[in-house]
Design a protein around this ligand. Structure first.
Ligand SMILES: *[C@@H]1O[C@H](CO)[C@@H](O)[C@H](O)[C@H]1NC(C)=O
Ligand SMILES: *[C@@H]1O[C@H](CO)[C@@H](O)[C@H](O)[C@H]1NC(C)=O
Ligand SMILES: *[C@@H]1O[C@H](CO)[C@@H](O)[C@H](O)[C@H]1NC(C)=O
Ligand SMILES: *[C@@H]1O[C@H](CO)[C@@H](O)[C@H](O)[C@H]1NC(C)=O
Ligand SMILES: *[C@@H]1O[C@H](CO)[C@@H](O)[C@H](O)[C@H]1NC(C)=O
Length: 450
């Protein structure tokens, strides 16, 4: 698989703090953080149960966080699909440029294996935590990743500082001291994230541990600034936007393939232009095993659909764009193992055609998430076709879950660009509103006196 060099796509220079945060509800009320998208060649994607296996080498959404005392600056992947946060700690084998030095933090503490937290069994861990040998008696966690990389560490606690003026909050995380990358390429060594901020609804997620009842983000495309707002009143903090909400789906009893701590919503249909795809309702809802749930996930780049929904989308998109885009015509070509609706065309042609492409809308209960223009196509790095490589290769930014070994629908962060997305745990719903995220970010930074 080709890997792009380390690439910083989005960046916001300032960290802002919402001084007028309304809520007593959260210890993190109104914290405003810069959000950026960056290429992580070797973000170790957390080993997931069959319902949500992650792709390797994808572009991740990251936030700057200060951990420990005195605070150490680290960059963490924002992942609404994971529970346990973790940091690459002082291990010398870490590919990270900035590992967290646990010994240098006087607020750092390892969780003893006798403590109740060490009996935690989240979906994130393939095996439960276990007692390390004396004398340490620490609570050892062992993570294995989908791309055959693995990490070992201990369950630990330290303070996390998110945003300029907010108080540090204590939280448990996995302090990863030994890390085995899947490959030793130079790109792999260049990964810059120190860890991952687990934002799902599980008991050990950062959200749950800090009693955050609401958070929101806005991801700007290109090199524009993006923003993450934790706690407070997300609506009041947002620019004047009309958010439309979709309820979070709960199930009463556990099912093997249903992730109950994910942000799960109900997909009701998919539209391409004005055509609503003929997809049976049963294909869009979780079945008796829990397979077929739809998750809003900031930790996955693109969007994945089960094969029975993906096939009609691909056929309809190819049909509606046949005058605009030439199909790649290579049946064996599959980008990242799941993207096979691909085209070939020079960059200029795609730029001209992108505004003419039909909009693809994910119809959720109560709200539509519309994807249009440049967000629909991704240029596959390093692939050229034709005389003197005039054509680039482009793939539709929807993948086939079945081909990726997943049994769920996943709405990835690429399709959340220029959308204000609010996770409202208080009211068990997720809100969406189209937004200009660069402007929203500027306004928030000014309003909150960054
Ligand atoms: C950490 O980041 C803050 C804010 O960007 C900066 O002021 C501070 O100097 C950084 N600290 C270190 C040790 O780099
Ligand atoms: C990491 O820190 C721990 C705790 O201070 C220490 O025991 C261990 O030797 C360190 N490991 C490395 C590789 O520096
Ligand atoms: C980590 O911090 C300890 C204590 O301040 C220091 O002795 C050690 O050199 C640091 N390790 C690294 C890799 O910076
Ligand atoms: C790792 O590096 C070694 C030596 O630099 C090289 O021979 C080997 O092919 C590399 N392995 C991978 C998987 O890139
Ligand atoms: C493509 O669309 C046209 C009209 O929009 C329709 O008549 C035709 O059957 C479609 N072809 C396929 C292969 O779906």
């Amino acid at each position: 698989m080709e890997m792009e060099p380390l690439l910083l796509l989005l960046c916001l220079p300032h960290v802002a703090h919402a001084a007028e945060a309304a809520g007593r509800e959260a210890r993190l009320a109104g914290t405003v953080l810069p959000l950026r998208v960056q290429q992580l060649a070797l973000a170790p994607t957390q080993q997931a149960p069959a319902s949500r296996l992650r792709l390797r080498h994808d572009v991740s959404l990251t936030v700057p966080v200060a951990v420990g005392a005195p605070p150490q600056n680290v960059t963490m992947v924002l992942d609404t699909g994971s529970e346990l946060s973790w940091l690459l700690c002082n291990g010398s084998s870490a590919p990270s440029a900035q590992p967290f030095n646990a010994s240098a933090s006087f607020t750092y503490g390892a969780v003893p294996c006798a403590s109740p937290e060490c009996r935690w069994r989240g979906r994130d861990l393939p095996v439960p935590p276990f007692c390390a040998a004396p004398p340490s008696n620490s609570c050892a966690v062992s993570l294995a990743y989908a791309d055959a990389s693995s990490a070992d560490g201990v369950l630990a606690a330290d303070t996390f500082l998110l945003g300029g003026g907010s108080p540090p909050v204590p939280a448990l995380f996995g302090c990863v001291t030994s890390y085995s990358p899947a490959t030793n390429s130079s790109e792999a060594q260049a990964a810059t994230a120190t860890g991952l901020l687990g934002m799902n609804r599980g008991s050990l997620s950062f959200v749950t541990q800090t009693a955050t009842r609401r958070f929101a983000y806005c991801i700007a495309p290109g090199d524009g600034p993006g923003i993450l707002v934790l706690g407070g009143d997300g609506v009041a903090l947002a620019p004047p936007l009309e958010l439309n909400y979709t309820p979070l789906i709960e199930i009463s009893r556990p099912l093997p393939y249903f992730d109950r701590v994910a942000y799960s919503v109900q997909l009701e249909g998919i539209r391409v232009g004005s055509a609503l795809l003929p997809i049976p309702e049963s294909v869009l809802a979780p079945d008796h095993t829990g397979a077929g749930q739809t998750m809003v996930d900031s930790g996955t780049q693109f969007t994945f659909l089960l094969a029975d929904a993906y096939a009609p989308l691909k056929a309809e998109f190819v049909n509606q764009t046949r005058a605009l885009l030439a199909p790649l015509g290579e049946p064996d070509f599959v980008f990242q193992g799941a993207f096979d609706a691909c085209f070939r065309a020079p960059e200029a042609r795609v730029a001209a055609a992108s505004q003419l492409l039909p909009e693809v809308a994910l119809v959720l209960r109560g709200v539509e998430v519309a994807i249009a223009g440049e967000k629909l196509l991704y240029r596959v790095p390093g692939e050229r076709r034709g005389e003197s490589g005039a054509d680039a290769v482009w793939c539709l930014t929807f993948g086939n879950s079945d081909m990726a070994g997943m049994s769920a629908y996943v709405i990835g962060h690429h399709h959340q660009q220029n959308v204000w997305v609010e996770y409202d745990l208080q009211n068990s719903r997720v809100g969406f509103a189209p937004a200009r995220c660069d402007l929203a970010t500027q306004r928030l930074v000014v309003d909150t006196g960054a």
